[in-house]
Design a protein around this ligand. Structure first.
Ligand code: ATP
Length: 401
């Protein structure tokens, strides 16, 4: 699954190349408020321009659900990309995405030209991988490049459908980086391999826990999901977050860890408060107690100091660390200490350090450790499915080497 052809394996001189990018950027009043995704897409686009290809870009933006919505048009992206690339990116403003404007623009392209299509989710078939739209997209190009990891766990027209209809379908640099880091970490890690899971609910990460337990040396569980494990051990957890239906599952995972000889680390102490702060960043009175001594009317909202030290030590001695999910309610400064400690330990570790997207990526960036990590995945859902050991349709669809 992981040995995919990339843009470095092909030369697209004179060819029409459709590139699926992730231009799903935040917009306010028609202005792009965070252009990281555009900047991240540039290396692949520049490589293809350098080859002398005719570059046709496409992406989704937001959730128009099959209806052209002017506020979700990619027009502002074309404008900004023209500036970033220092070359005109012609915008094909067809409500049906592949319509007269797109066809005429592609027809008129010279080598090295760049065209951007309208939001792929203006078409209702896009998220259903419908044939008509896949054929429309394929009719525009000779080669397909997928550089949108964030949608790789979904089979849509603009990643999977179109791939099946062209002779050459490869991955771009962003996709390649995700495959290299996440794939290697899970399948071929330098050991010790420590996986850290946190976040709100056990139920969201059942398959990730199960799969990582088989692959890693130590699995650390923190955040809201830890209390279900603590309850499964027979501890009083007060009013902490709990998935009562998953208690048996947690017991099973603890037994599995013991059987496989893996370390499964749970919080040994925990930061508690009488109530969840409201608003989330409001001042909150906390105490730290041993994990088996949570009073019945209190709730755990972060790992405790001893746990932060234990988790940090484990992380510092690792060679590969994968982290998904905060250790506590990091949105509140009083309850961000556990998450901060783990982020600091990852930054200090002489290891390959990987953040699995979503909230954890936001936490690491917010705490100022973004540039200290080896890799921060751009896809929350996609990276979780990768960690579950699932085959991602958007990756599988690319040609093998
Ligand atoms: P994503 O799936 O997008 O990567 P994530 O896996 O990083 O997200 P979530 O499962 O969405 O994380 O959980 C993050 C949320 O969990 C945060 O908003 C945080 O406040 C909350 N959280 C962490 N610890 C606790 C706790 N002990 N009690 C209640 N909520 C908690």
């Amino acid at each position: 699954m992981l040995n995919k052809k990339s843009v470095d394996d092909i030369n697209v001189k004179g060819k029409r190349v459709l590139v699926r990018c992730d231009f799903n950027v935040p917009l306010k009043d028609g202005q792009i408020t965070d252009e990281n995704r555009l900047v991240a897409a540039l290396p692949t686009i520049k490589k293809l321009i350098g080859d002398g290809g005719k570059i046709i870009l496409c992406s989704h933006l937001g959730k128009p659900k099959g209806e052209p919505k002017p506020e979700l048009s990619l027009a502002p992206v074309a404008k900004r990309l023209s500036e970033l690339l220092d070359t005109e990116v012609k915008f094909a403003a067809d409500p049906e995405v592949v319509g007269p404007n797109a066809r005429a623009a592609v027809e008129a392209m010279n080598d090295g030209d760049v065209v951007l299509l309208e939001n792929t989710r203006y078409r209702i078939e896009e998220t259903k991988n419908g044939e008509a739209f896949s054929k429309d997209l394929a009719s525009l190009c000779d080669v397909f490049v997928n550089d949108a990891f964030g949608t790789a766990h979904r089979a849509h027209c603009s990643n999977v459908g179109v791939s099946a209809l062209v002779d050459t379908a490869v991955v771009g640099y962003l996709m390649q980086k995700e495959i290299d880091f996440l794939g290697n970490a899970v399948e071929n890690p330098e050991r010790p391999f420590v996986a850290i899971l946190g976040g709100a609910k056990v139920a969201d990460k059942l398959n990730v826990i199960n799969n990582l337990l088989e692959k890693c040396d130590t699995l650390i569980i923190g955040g809201g999901m830890a209390y279900t494990f603590l309850k499964a051990k027979g501890y009083e957890i007060g009013t902490s977050l709990v998935d009562d239906e998953k208690i048996d599952y947690c017991k099973e995972m603890m037994e599995k860890a013991a059987k496989l000889g893996k370390n499964l680390l749970l919080p040994i102490d925990t930061t508690i408060a009488s109530q969840f702060p409201n608003p989330i960043d409001a001042p909150v009175d906390v105490q730290i107690v041993s994990s088996d001594a949570i009073p019945a009317d209190m709730q755990g909202l972060d790992i405790g100091t001893k746990t932060a030290e234990l988790f940090s030590e484990t992380v510092r001695s690792a060679k590969t660390v994968v982290w998904n999910g905060p250790m506590g309610v990091f949105e509140n400064p009083t309850l961000a200490k556990g998450t901060l400690a783990v982020a600091q330990a990852m930054a200090d570790a002489e290891a390959t350090t990987i953040i699995g997207g979503g909230d954890s990526a936001a936490a690491v960036n917010q705490l100022g450790f973004g540039d200290k990590m080896s890799h921060i995945s751009t896809g929350g859902g996609a990276s979780l499915e990768f960690l579950e050991g699932k085959e991602l349709p958007g990756v599988a669809a690319a040609n093998n080497k």
